[in-house]
Design a protein around this ligand. Structure first.
Ligand SMILES: NC(=O)C1=CN([C@@H]2O[C@H](COP(=O)(O)OP(=O)(O)OC[C@H]3O[C@@H](n4cnc5c(N)ncnc54)[C@H](OP(=O)(O)O)[C@@H]3O)[C@@H](O)[C@H]2O)C=CC1
Ligand SMILES: O=C(O)CCC(=O)C(=O)O
Length: 477
């Protein structure tokens, strides 16, 4: 089998490899991907540092053309890359193809942003002095990505980093290197100069750690667990480095008595169970007022009975497998915790087998949960959702906000008053009304509050805040 190698200083290198296994069919090896070392990482950082002066001063048209070419090729290969993504991560084919399209759109968006770079010229408070405010590239950006969005998250970190003139050392999650390799290959062939984008696949404890320890990495953008996020933060403070963290969520979805039942059930099923619940924006707390509670639980349970859990590549599959054995164990451990805490298992809860050996778990719904239970407080990151019964809107809002996290939050209601109040008072970075808590646009800010996020927002034009540093220049006329 060919080894898909790391890209360091414009050369494909590496002979040690790890197997990329398909979670829908563990007999299938998706490919062999390089297992980078700390030395590879140091070489990649040195290459990115050397490439920075020229790339940060490169013309915006060159950046536009490369980003546009990448976006076009990703879109042209959406079916092939969608299948690759579904094979390595376990999202269903339609979900995976949708994610590839999203990655293409992100490259298109930042191709456009490259042509819209601008500063400000304003008068000084002193006579005969002009003031210019410009944004400059930060330097070498370390990109560390998780396994749950193998192409969209790399895209939304790589595209702005390049757009604003930074160079990159990119470490994808070891579980899903294939889509990352594919977009790096596409950008390399699109004409990026040597060393501007370096790919070091390998273990977080080796490659990621070497990035954290380097004084030559000027910014780190990270998506993943809270624990690793804290390590990124501590190491970055040590090096006086800018950092941006997107971590977990325990996103609430409030369902009020006046909700349209169909809208509420569709939004809850999508939020909690699609993409196998493996989204940081997934809703795992359904906070439901008394008047609609029983009807809602019955209708959601009926909906869950119709959802097909199977091989991600099979037509008709609604929920693919859990990403790997370790995450499956986390999910089933939490199911046991939920039972022992006294929540009622209303649906699912079983690991199931299918024609191909994979990590298949039934969508699992707990009812009679309280907001103090561990299943309601800790991120599970699987298709496991609890319903919390509340008296009225005020209690629903208080329960929704009673969490260490603050990424997204949703409400299902036909009341303009409650929708408006919830938008204003929800302690989350993203609020959805009559929509799933997950599945966001690619051109607007993404991020949260409290334990979910740290640093400037990702995506859209707000991305400039992280990937650039502001300079104020004064000139005597
Ligand atoms: N907010 C989100 O979008 C996500 C949240 N999670 C949460 O995290 C839990 C665990 O997932 P997991 O994949 O283990 O998350 P991690 O935080 O371990 O992984 C995220 C990324 O960080 C890397 N990493 C791991 N250790 C280090 C380190 N010491 N220094 C630098 N980088 C490192 C990983 O490498 P590698 O894995 O390749 O070794 C991966 O690329 C999930 O169950 C879920 O709760 C997970 C994914 C996404
Ligand atoms: O909900 C989305 O569209 C994005 C979710 C996400 O970025 C994540 O789970 O890490």
């Amino acid at each position: 089998m060919t080894i898909y190698q790391n890209l360091i200083a414009g050369e494909w290198v590496g002979s040690n490899a790890t197997k990329n296994i398909n979670p829908s069919d563990t007999n299938e090896v998706v490919g062999l991907y390089a297992d980078g070392s700390a030395d590879d990482t140091k070489n990649a950082i040195a290459a990115a540092k050397a490439a920075f002066p020229a790339w940060s001063r490169s013309g915006i048209w060159e950046r536009h053309v490369i980003l546009k070419k990448a976006g076009d090729e990703i879109m042209a290969r959406k079916d092939e890359l969608g299948a690759l993504l579904a094979r390595e991560e376990g999202k269903t084919l339609p979900e995976a193809t949708g994610e590839v399209i999203r990655a293409s759109q992100i490259f298109e968006f930042f191709a456009g942003e490259a042509l819209r770079l601008a500063g400000e010229v304003i008068p000084s408070v002193r006579p005969n002095i002009g003031v210019e405010i410009t944004r400059e590239a930060l330097g070498v950006i370390g990109i560390i990505t998780p396994w749950n969005f193998p192409i969209a998250i790399p895209a939304w970190k790589i595209a702005p980093a390049l757009c604003y003139g930074n160079t990159i050392v990119f470490k994808p999650a070891e579980l899903v290197p294939a889509c990352s390799w594919a977009i790096v290959d596409i950008l390399h062939r699109a004409g990026l100069p040597k060393g501007v984008l370096n790919l070091v696949m390998g273990k977080g404890s080796v490659v990621g750690q070497a990035m954290l320890e380097s004084p030559d990495v000027h910014g780190i953008t990270f998506t993943g667990s809270t624990g690793t996020g804290r390590r990124v933060a501590a190491a970055s403070i040590e090096h006086n480095r800018k950092f941006q963290l997107e971590m977990g969520g325990k996103n609430p979805m409030v369902v009020l008595d006046d909700a349209d039942l169909n809208v509420a059930v569709e939004a809850a099923a999508n939020s909690g169970f699609f993409s196998t619940g493996q989204r940081c924006t997934a809703s795992s707390r359904l906070i439901v007022t008394e008047g609609i509670h029983d009807k809602f639980v019955a209708a959601l349970t009926d909906k869950l009975k119709t959802l097909v859990v199977d091989n991600a590549l099979k037509a008709g599959t609604h929920i693919g497998p859990v990403v790997d054995e370790r995450q499956l164990k986390t999910d089933t451990d939490y199911i046991e915790i939920g039972k022992s805490e006294g929540a009622k298992l209303a649906f699912g809860g079983e690991v199931i087998s299918r024609d191909t050996p994979g990590f298949y778990l039934q969508p699992t719904l707990f009812t009679e949960a309280t907001n103090q239970m561990r299943i309601s407080r800790e991120e599970i990151f699987g298709p496991v959702v609890s319903v919390i019964r509340v008296k009225d809107y005020d209690e629903a809002l208080a329960t929704a906000n009673d969490t260490p996290f603050g990424l997204s939050a949703g409400i299902a209601t036909t009341s303009l008053k409650h929708a408006t109040h919830f938008k204003r008072n929800s302690e989350a970075g993203m609020v959805m009304v009559n929509l799933p808590t997950a599945g966001v646009d690619f051109h607007v800010p993404f991020g949260g509050r409290k334990g979910s996020s740290y640093g400037p927002r990702e995506q859209g034009k707000y991305a400039a805040e992280f990937y650039t540093t502001v300079k104020t220049a004064y000139t005597l006329a």
